[in-house]
Design a protein around this ligand. Structure first.
Ligand SMILES: [Cu+2]
Length: 447
């Protein structure tokens, strides 16, 4: 496989939209070939889009990386205790799948002019099949960045311009729009990004007065959930004025992704590289350095992990059969981006129904029926469905086909600039090669 995207199988583009030969990549049905990447993309009624069979070509070998990856669940709890609002806690993917999660992309606005689109066939509210056009777009983009560079005094300076291949779908759930990107990169990494936009949920309140400028510390609603008129004090305690009589209610967004990695095959394990301070002996000119302390996760409880700046760690899916040229296991790292912890108490019902938010990472052994982090049927569900139930058995996850479940979270204190429509706010994580290649895989990029 070469950088120009020619495929050994000689795939021919078949697509009902014009621009059959999207610049830089090839399609064969739902198979995408771009540079050294090969993968399959398809629409899905419940989770929007599924990426499968991701490989990266090295020599004449297509090395497996990801068997399947997709959104698994969305959780949006609101933070207003009033009677009309306390129950607004949505498990958006599982609860609102009728008609399909993804809605049509707008050509030249949502995706560039040269993008190629896929339609989705979904069941409508009455169970009849219908086509939602253009729910996925695929395009190559010139990023304006470099993959790598080195500047040399003697004139040996080099740099390589970066291109990405983007696979995008846009999900609409009532007031909110989410954009999901799978970004294939020339350095062997895959960035998965979610952008939040759309219209914040609001309520009408009595007008904000000049004396309210700093906002009070608390509200008047007790734990009995009794409805009382919304005062400006309450409004300011549980939301933020975006107009004189309009308050956008505080809330969170959580997105769980199911990532069934197959790093050089299905015999995989999770290795946690903890970085720890090492105190150096008396008399040494330095007092301390940090060192790597590896730990293999043998059972599910070992791999229920949270991001911590105080206790940094690398999370890697290692191959139990392949090593790189210096003898380390080949691996892919799950590298989180900006994220958050839940502030809900552990006994709060919405949190228990979305138990997957208790950890940023869960790892399970592959089971065909385990696909949705809050369970198959989250509407009016009982607590602890999905990941907490499956992982309560504390199964072995060593040297087997493992699945990573990663949650991105955000607290949303809505600001004036988020009204009347929120500018896109991106969060992301990266699946990044770590000892998977013997060298920087983007060394061979043309000038
Ligand atoms: Cu929001």
């Amino acid at each position: 496989m070469d950088r120009a995207g020619s495929t050994p199988e000689g795939g021919i583009l078949r697509c009902k939209y014009p621009l059959l030969n999207g610049p830089g990549f090839r399609l064969n049905g739902h198979q995408v070939a771009w540079q050294k990447w090969r993968f399959h993309v398809r629409p899905d009624q419940r989770v929007g889009m599924i990426i499968s069979a991701v490989t990266y070509g090295e020599g004449d070998q297509a090395r497996p990386i990801l068997y399947q990856g997709h959104l698994s669940e969305i959780f949006v709890p609101y933070m207003d205790p009033s009677f009309a609002w306390y129950a607004r806690n949505f498990l958006d993917a599982g609860e609102f799948s009728f008609g399909g999660l993804s809605k049509p992309l707008i050509p030249k606005q949502d995706c560039p002019e040269h993008a190629i689109y896929f339609d989705a066939l979904v069941a409508g509210d009455r169970g009849r099949p219908h086509t939602v056009p253009k729910t996925i777009c695929v395009f190559e983009r010139v990023t304006g960045d470099m993959v790598w560079r080195h500047w040399d005094e003697d004139g040996g300076s080099k740099s390589r311009a970066k291109r990405d291949l983007v696979v995008r779908t846009a999900v609409v759930i009532g007031n909110y729009d989410y954009v999901f990107d799978w970004i294939f990169q020339q350095d062997g990494a895959i960035r998965v990004a979610v952008g939040a936009t759309g219209i914040a949920e609001t309520k009408m309140v009595t007008p904000k007065t000049a004396s309210m400028n700093t906002g009070p510390a608390g509200g008047t609603h007790g734990s009995n959930g009794q409805e009382t008129p919304t005062t400006t004090e309450d409004a300011d305690a549980y939301g933020h004025f975006v107009d004189r009589q309009i308050v956008a209610v505080n809330h969170d967004h959580y997105f769980n992704f199911r990532l069934d990695l197959d790093v050089d095959g299905i015999a995989n394990s999770l290795l946690i590289d903890r970085l720890k301070t090492q105190i150096l002996p008396e008399g040494h000119p330095r007092r301390s350095v940090w060192v790597r302390e590896p730990m293999l996760a043998r059972q599910e409880a070992d791999a229920q992990l949270n991001i911590s700046l105080d206790r940094p760690a690398l999370w890697r899916v290692i191959s139990d059969s392949q090593t790189n040229h210096v003898g380390y296991p080949t691996s892919y790292q799950l590298m989180p981006g900006k994220n958050t912890n839940t502030l809900l108490s552990p006994d709060d019902y919405p949190r228990r129904r979305a138990g997957f938010i208790d950890h940023h990472l869960w790892v399970t052994p592959y089971r065909v029926n385990e696909r949705y982090a809050a369970g198959d049927y989250p509407t009016l569900s009982k607590p602890e469905q999905g990941l907490p139930a499956w992982s309560s058995e504390n199964r072995s996850i060593e040297n087997t086909d493992i699945v990573l479940w990663h949650t991105i979270g955000m607290h949303h204190l809505v600001r004036a600039e988020d009204w009347p429509v929120t500018p896109m706010l991106w969060h992301s994580f990266e699946l990044r090669p770590f000892d998977f290649f013997d060298r920087n895989p983007a060394l061979d990029l043309p000038k």
